[in-house]
Design a protein around this ligand. Structure first.
Ligand SMILES: [Ca+2]
Length: 466
């Protein structure tokens, strides 16, 4: 009996070793026959201009028998879609793009992208560092097809919650104005829109008596008409701005949770407790009680690393919940993926080359060098080290208190992807509608949304050939 068990054990071990030993297609050899492979990426290949980067580029060109050229994907969804469309029209066989998820939804809706669901097998996801492979399938699918493979820009252990918002709060201002501790409110289940509004009202003041308000309740990452600003409030209230139903993408800003969110935002503007563009100077000057913003502003490079450039104590608490919500939300608006135009040939080879190229650059020490704080981290397969560095050095060094770490860890475990809501920003009149409802207060939310909704739904239906 013992012998049989041992045999089974040995057999199991052999099988295990064999399955690991089988080369995944990422590790296969690919030959592009001397052709040009074009990588359209956010830094236009600047990592490979000189030194180690240039040497690495040359080695990859030799390994894959190709010449590598670089391009830039564009600064918004229009430019991105246009660039992908151009590649498709030219029949580009060896071009790949980095893009933001919201742009990718658009390009996918236009039928410009090659679905890669059959290619991104479990072995692919398993090969990605940290928890990225486990989370990615929730984010890279669109209307039942998979389009995105892992992309270095905006890669990092925080890849899927970098753009998740929460509330930075100025503890000293709160104490000075006799406002409650937001961590205590959150812990006791009282961190609600009512509490948020009440605090914002009490914090707003003319502190020097010159008749002009110089201290505000809150500011947000974007202005009211920017993608995401209003939508975060919709999610806070248990709603969604768009939803799939029976194969159709529905515009759902006319539903009660969303209408309430618009009403709430309008009320805050009306009360004068909200400040446009307050996330930098006014926050740093201590003139804003609450700053709805993203975690990566806490630990970015100097150009966007502004949240903790302050001389007061502050904290970071999840967003308050609206009256219809059962719980607090962590939703992520934005992340990035690599995609292939519909005309791509040898997709496995292109994806393997891409990962090979970004694996061993100077960005390998992403938290101490490179143009972005975590630039190419996710392509480094030394995942555990990167993840450890993220929590111990990036978050550990920059978090102002332990509760901030709790908030960011809560993101890490609970974040869900926002749907493709940014598509409706392409509809003429949408941002004006939000402006009229929230900023100018000249239209009730139901009226404004009822007027624009048919246009947006028709746009969706045409885009998706429903
Ligand atoms: Ca004043």
């Amino acid at each position: 009996m013992k012998r049989v068990l041992s045999f089974i054990l040995v057999l199991t071990l052999v099988l295990a070793v064999t399955s690991v030993g089988l080369a995944h297609w990422l590790e296969d050899e690919y030959d592009f026959g001397g052709e040009t492979v074009t990588i359209v990426e956010f830094w236009s290949g600047s990592a490979f201009n000189e030194g180690r980067g240039a040497a690495h580029l040359a080695a990859i060109e030799e390994k894959y028998n190709c010449t590598i050229a670089f391009g830039w994907p564009g600064g918004d969804h229009n430019a991105f879609v246009q660039n992908v469309a151009t590649a498709v029209m030219e029949g580009a066989p060896y071009t790949l793009f980095e893009g933001q998820n919201q742009w990718i939804y658009y390009a996918a809706a236009e039928g410009l992208l090659l679905p890669v669901g059959d290619i991104l097998d479990q072995g692919y996801y398993d090969a990605l560092p940290g928890g990225v492979g486990a989370v990615m399938p929730q984010h890279n699918a669109f209307f039942g097809d998979v389009y995105g493979f892992e992309c270095g820009w905006m890669g990092g252990p925080d890849k899927f919650f970098q753009e998740t918002q929460a509330v930075y709060w100025n503890k000293e201002l709160f104490a000075r104005e006799g406002l409650p501790d937001l961590y205590e409110l959150y812990e006791s289940g009282q961190w609600t829109w009512d509490a948020f509004k009440e605090i914002a009202i009490k914090a707003t003041a003319d502190t020097d008596g010159d008749g002009v308000i110089d201290q505000w309740g809150y500011t947000s990452r974007g202005v009211m008409t920017d993608p995401g600003t209003i939508e975060y409030f919709v999610y806070m209230n248990g709603g969604q701005p768009v939803r799939y139903e029976g194969g159709r993408l529905l515009f759902t800003m006319n539903e009660p949770a969303a209408i309430e969110a618009l009403e709430f935002a309008r009320e805050l503007v009306d009360l004068g407790v909200y400040l446009d563009y307050g996330i930098w100077g006014p926050w740093q000057n201590g003139q804003v009680a609450m700053n709805i913003n993203i975690p990566s502003e806490l630990y970015g490079t100097h150009e966007n690393h502004f949240i903790n450039q302050v001389n007061f104590d502050f904290g970071y608490v999840p967003l308050p919940k609206g009256p219809r919500a059962e719980d607090h939300v962590a939703v992520n608006r934005l992340t990035c993926f690599g995609v292939l135009p519909l005309t791509a040939k040898n997709p496995k080879g292109l994806i393997a080359l891409y990962h090979d190229l970004y694996e061993f650059t100077g960005y390998q020490e992403p938290f101490v060098q490179g143009p972005v704080y975590n630039g190419r981290a996710m392509n480094a397969r030394s995942a555990g080290r990167v993840e450890d560095m993220y929590w111990s050095e990036v978050i550990g060094v920059n978090a102002p208190d332990l509760e901030t770490i709790d908030t960011i860890m809560w993101f890490n475990e609970n974040v869900t992807a926002m749907g493709p809501f940014e598509l409706y920003f392409a509809v003429d009149g949408y941002t004006q509608t939000i402006e009229d409802i929230v900023v100018n207060g000249v239209k009730p939310p139901e009226t404004g949304i009822a007027e624009i909704a048919p246009m947006i739904q028709a746009f969706f239906d045409e885009l998706f050939r429903y």
